[in-house]
Design a protein around this ligand. Structure first.
Ligand code: ZN
Length: 187
């Protein structure tokens, strides 16, 4: 795998409701430290840090499907404190699974000349997968930070990761591998 040429990092749904709240997901706890390490390095390197976070409105179809979660403006829709956005980061509130759907994220990345996105967050087979799909369609190379992505079960994570590799050509590496230069991950 060739070195990454100024990628952007996308953090999906590391929100209170998705970590400890309405849709609490214990496996996501293990992703917090690797994501934090990736974000620190990204900011130091000048890689854009973009948050793609659920911010639902009453009546959103996802609310009917999953029950109330991450309603815009509520504490549950806040990024967990350990990964709180910092000055210079960007937030792209979403109302669907994909971080690209009607959020302005694609236009922003293209304005920055970004060609590669590193995905983190949850869930591997839902929002991360949909975000990866739209990244692929938008012409971005997709890299998956394996230790920074979770799902409800190991099976769900494995299924999502495999789908993204097969369908979108996504490359998987640990945060350490992604931050290494050149990347040691076999493409
Ligand atoms: Zn949602």
């Amino acid at each position: 795998m060739e070195p990454l040429n100024r990628p952007a990092v996308i953090v999906a749904d590391m929100l209170v409701d998705f970590v400890t709240g309405a849709l609490a997901n214990p496996p996501s706890h293990e992703c917090i430290e690797p994501i934090a390490r990736l974000l620190t390095a990204a900011r130091e390197r000048g890689w854009p840090v973009c948050y793609a976070n659920d911010a639902h409105l009453p009546g959103d179809m996802e609310e009917a499907l999953w029950g109330p979660h991450a309603l815009a403006g509520t504490p549950g829709a806040q990024v967990i404190p350990e990964l709180a956005p910092q000055q210079g980061d960007f937030q792209f509130p979403k109302r669907w699974y994909s971080g690209f759907h009607e959020t302005g994220l694609e236009m922003y990345l293209k304005q920055c000349g970004i060609k590669t996105v590193i995905l983190t967050g949850q869930h591997a087979h839902i929002c991360v997968q949909h975000t990866a799909g739209d990244a692929f369609i938008g012409g971005f190379r997709v890299v998956l930070a394996d230790d920074g992505i979770s799902a409800f079960t190991p099976e769900d994570k494995a299924a999502g990761m495999a789908y993204m590799q097969t369908m979108y050509g996504a490359v998987v590496g640990t945060v350490d591998e992604i931050l290494a230069a050149p990347l040691a991950t076999a493409a």
